[in-house]
Design a protein around this ligand. Structure first.
Ligand code: ATP
Ligand code: MG
Length: 506
């Protein structure tokens, strides 16, 4: 049956009736909401949207930090087959205007601290009919008032756009990615064993931004599998550690910047992390060095996932119960076809040969919203999406990511991966963080150069660092372009290093 997620959630919720099982907890104010209350609130929100004239195919925006209210309009939109378009909560007016220039949402959900910008946007444009403020006692709608009485069944919903999500903007302007019902249903099939494993006791932490694919998938997955989530507005080290200890959290879904924190920050040692038995890291390269530190420290599996916004999250995963090769991103999730393609010749490559990873299957986005040229440049005639990532597989089947095609450093005839160098640098215990880029050079093409954040009061010198790398890695990858100390590195909201900004700093 071609059920859409709205129908699935609706029936799921109806089946649990009046259960007061807690669904969501806001860590900062300890506010809780049960699955029953969530259901009522979402039905009332849906009814309200309908009364405002919102119908299938319309867009609804959300601009807010993570909080439990965030989940309510998402559910409501799923029931009505209205397209959700969450945006980065730290956007300035011009970015917000740009983000919504194609979808033109009629309703925007927001919060006290963001509403100023949304009102300005409303004044400068003509599409916003109503702004709904989560801080206006929004959840009081649970008491009294009309609900959506039933939902319309749909047919052929799998190709219909359900959400617009924005890529991280690591390599350029963030792109608006249109994902369908079919995409999300595929993504949900990954949340079970042996890729992921939820049990009725599972509690997860909602700290990755809900407007990013990983955060949104977490929301959808807990509704789908009915587990609990403790929500943080954003990653906050102390609160994060408190949640792990207080709620005995078993699974940590993290990104590399949080992996660095867990591996190196002294406050982690002050908390009890014994409940943690599975750590999954995605969104960027988890270096082998950091992975090893985490495995020892937490005495549990540390698994890498690989995915992107355009593929509704996961493409590959190190699966449970099988020891992945160190540094590997695992194997393709079921139902995904992979081709490693030589960027120059377009030939498909065999084992051990690095090329662009291309992906086909129900996970591939419908399009970049309002940008057919970009869509055509990314999805080829055979239906393969070109990820822009260089990787290879070994005979046993495990895949490895070398780096982004755009970021590879061309030193003489060699290709040097900045990620590999960053990993070596970060393994030094007087280095907190590192970013590597290629600096133009007449003779060699480009020279690998490192921006380094050192531990407070460390006396380590540029030359010490160059030597440290030289002792560990082959000569073409040495820091021929030198080292520069900085106080911090430019990162985006999912903690990704912005190498383009490092290049601009030169
Ligand atoms: P933009 O496309 O706007 O430049 P982005 O590619 O960072 O930003 P996302 O869709 O959030 O936006 O991230 C997907 C990318 O993250 C992948 O294409 C890949 O480069 C990187 N990535 C994800 N997981 C891993 C991993 N395990 N190892 C290495 N890189 C990863
Ligand atoms: Mg990308």
């Amino acid at each position: 049956v071609d059920q859409n997620l709205g129908e699935i959630f609706y029936e799921n919720f109806k089946a649990i009736g009046d259960t007061e099982m807690i669904a969501l907890i806001n860590k900062v104010n300890n506010k809780k909401i049960s699955y029953r209350e969530l259901f009522v609130a979402s039905l009332k929100t849906a009814r309200k949207l309908k009364d405002l004239g919102i119908k299938e195919g319309d867009f609804v925006g959300i601009m807010s930090d993570n909080r439990l209210e965030y989940i309510v309009p998402i559910l409501a939109c799923f029931y009505l087959r209205v397209i959700i378009h969450p945006t980065n909560s730290s956007y300035h007016l011009t970015e917000l205007k740009h983000a919504y220039s194609n979808s033109k949402p009629k309703i925007i959900f927001t919060s006290n601290d963001k509403i100023g910008k949304v009102v300005e946007l409303q004044n400068e444009t003509d599409y916003i009919k109503k702004i709904i403020n989560f801080d206006d006692n929004y959840l009081d709608i649970i008491e009294g008032g009309a609900i959506l009485e039933s939902i319309e069944k749909s047919s052929d919903c799998d190709r219909k756009t359900t959400a617009i999500l924005t890529s991280s903007g690591t390599t350029g302007h963030p792109k608006s990615v249109a994902l369908t019902q079919g995409n999300f249903k595929f993504a949900m099939s990954n949340f079970k064993y042996p890729i992921f494993s939820y049990s009725s006791e599972t509690i997860i932490i909602g700290m990755l931004p809900f407007y990013h694919i990983f955060g949104l998938l977490q929301i959808i997955s807990i509704l789908y599998y009915r587990v609990k989530m403790v929500i943080l507005p954003k990653f906050q080290p102390v609160l994060f550690c408190e949640i792990v200890e207080e709620y005995k959290v078993p699974i940590l879904s993290i990104v590399p910047s949080i992996a660095d924190f867990l591996a190196k920050h002294p406050i982690v040692d002050k908390y009890n992390f014994k409940s943690v038995n599975d750590i999954v890291c995605s969104g960027g390269a988890l270096g082998y060095e950091i992975q090893t530190i985490l495995e020892k420290k937490f005495n549990c599996a540390v698994r890498q996932y690989y995915g992107m916004t355009e593929t509704t999250g996961l493409i590959m995963a190190c699966i449970l119960g099988k020891k992945c090769k160190p540094g590997s991103i695992g194997t393709p999730v079921p139902g995904v076809e992979i081709a490693v393609i030589d960027a120059q010749t377009n030939n498909t490559l065999g084992a051990n040969k690095p090329g662009e990873i291309c992906v086909k299957g129900d996970l591939v986005m419908k399009e970049y919203l309002g940008n057919p040229e970009a869509t055509r440049a990314t999805i080829d005639e055979r239906g393969f999406l070109h990820t822009g990532d260089i990787g290879y597989f070994v005979e046993e089947g495990d895949f490895f990511i070398v780096d982004r095609l755009k970021d590879l450093i061309k030193y003489k005839s060699f290709q040097v991966s900045p990620a590999e160098l960053e990993d070596v640098l970060k393994s030094h215990n007087e280095i907190t963080d590192a970013g590597v880029i290629g600096v133009p050079d007449e003779r060699a093409g480009e020279l690998p150069m490192a921006f380094v954040v050192k531990v407070k009061n460390s006396k380590i010198s540029e030359q010490n660092i160059i030597d440290y790398v030289a002792e560990r890695i082959s000569v073409q990858k040495h820091l021929h372009g030198g080292v520069r100390f900085v106080d911090d590195l430019p990162k985006n909201s999912t903690g990704k290093l912005l190498r383009k900004q490092l290049r601009e700093m030169l």
